[in-house]
Design a protein around this ligand. Structure first.
Ligand SMILES: Cc1ncc(COP(=O)(O)O)c(C=O)c1O
Length: 411
């Protein structure tokens, strides 16, 4: 490795002095779990996303599992989700006793398509859960019109009062990567019935661990009831929050449900608030780095770019995952080793679920998901973060080109 050059990490968290001061302020305030910072963060997230309601939790995983449970998903139910996603998307379905039904992705966009969803639909489908992989929005228009179609409503068998009220499958968007992405100029978070974001440490905006839900359910759903249910379920089913219980004469409480413990703390919320103030600017920075990558790679015939923007969509530029035409996974792994030697961290998003033991044991076979299988061999995610400059981008590109041009491929 070039001795002069600082190693390029994959996705270091964007923690600056303002983030540190924000956390310090909460640490010194005398109240560190869910409280006023969380309320302010939720309010500011709603303003940023243009949503009427945003609720925060300890992670995307806990938030979206609650969403499935709110909808009454359980044994005998199917949830459609992509074959190429992180394990969490399927795990929450399994936690609820339901069946993840995997859908192959589009080879270029690497997200599920309407045709793929339609082909995977079963009479037991209760939830459609596509993933905006790398920050690239799925076709929200196409999925929304399908989900609202009379044929889907006719075939929907409601098992719970909430399912009856909706009268069709729930559209739950896995937007773990797409905070700040837009569809038709509108922030992701307003399109699906419920949208789940992740603020995990490697995400564009991080609270170390954390997640949020936004709601765009039909108007007959009462948002206060929903928010009360989710907040209660995130805190042991307890009728009062920890802060409310500290008020004079308010120590006593009831427990209404056997809830979970997955609330977001004020420390996390303060971290999120500090970053949210700068996030619009940071998105522009990420965009210019992604565009610099794209321009530098474009002359190479083996380069298959990640989708970044089109006439309806703009990515959140969470990942810069290129595909190298004709590469197999062992060649990609060798490239990752070469980059590592040059001080460059890289990653793979994702190993398709059918390649994981959990899903193999459920009877899944990767050969049923040819696009995911092909993409997996060819894909590599390159570092994209705010500590990088154009010189770093050129160094990464040059390091890739040097290796790939010399490596025998099958294209
Ligand atoms: C596509 C996708 N969905 C869900 C998750 C889970 O998010 P969290 O770690 O906040 O639970 C991740 C995490 O990386 C993810 O990549």
């Amino acid at each position: 490795m070039n001795e002069q050059r600082k190693p390029i990490g994959f996705a270091p968290p964007p923690i600056d002095e303002d983030s540190i001061k924000a956390v310090e302020r909460v640490l010194r305030s005398g109240w560190i779990t869910s409280g006023p910072e969380l309320a302010a963060f939720e309010h500011e997230l709603s303003a940023f996303l243009g949503t009427s309601q945003t609720l925060c939790f300890s992670s995307w995983t806990t938030a979206c599992e609650l969403a499935l449970r709110w909808f009454g998903v359980g044994p005998g139910d199917d949830v459609l989700l992509p074959a190429m996603t992180y394990a969490a998307t399927a795990n929450i379905v399994i936690h609820c006793g339901a069946r993840p039904v995997l859908v192959d992705v589009d080879p270029i966009e690497r997200v599920v398509t309407l045709d793929g969803l339609k082909a995977a639909w079963t009479p037991n489908t209760k939830v459609i859960m596509p993933v905006d992989l790398g920050g690239w929005p799925v076709d929200y228009d196409a999925i929304s019109s399908w989900i609202h179609s009379p044929s889907l409503a006719n075939d929907f068998e409601a098992n719970t009062p909430i399912q009856k009220q909706l009268g069709r499958p729930l559209f739950l968007a896995d937007a773990a990567h797409s905070f700040g992405a837009t569809f038709r100029g509108v922030p992701i978070g307003q399109q699906a019935d419920i949208t789940g974001f992740s603020f995990h440490a490697v995400k564009n905006l991080t609270t170390a661990e954390g997640g949020a839900l936004t709601f765009a359910l039909p108007p007959e759903f009462n948002s206060e009831d929903i928010s009360h249910w989710f907040r209660t379920m995130a805190l042991h089913g307890q009728s009062k929050s920890a802060l409310e219980k500290t008020k004079a004469g308010q120590w006593n409480y009831d427990v209404i449900h056997a809830g979970y413990k997955c609330n977001m703390t004020d420390i996390q919320a303060a971290l999120g608030r500090a970053q949210l103030k700068k996030y619009s600017q940071q998105l522009l920075q990420r965009k210019s780095l992604a565009e610099a990558y794209h321009t530098a790679f474009s002359p190479h015939s083996w380069y298959i770019p990640p989708p970044l923007s089109d006439d309806r969509r703009e990515s959140s530029y969470h990942l810069f995952s290129i595909r190298i035409a004709g590469f197999k996974s062992n060649q990609r792994d060798a490239l990752m080793g070469h980059l590592q030697e040059r001080g460059i961290a890289s990653n793979v998003h994702f190993m398709p679920l059918p390649l994981l033991t959990l899903h193999k044991n459920r009877g899944e076979d990767i050969s049923n998901y040819p696009n995911s299988q092909l993409a997996f061999g060819e894909v590599i995610s390159l570092p994209l973060h705010l500590q990088m400059n154009l010189d770093d981008i050129n160094y990464v590109v040059e390091s890739c080109v040097q290796f790939i041009d010399e490596f025998p491929r099958n294209d």
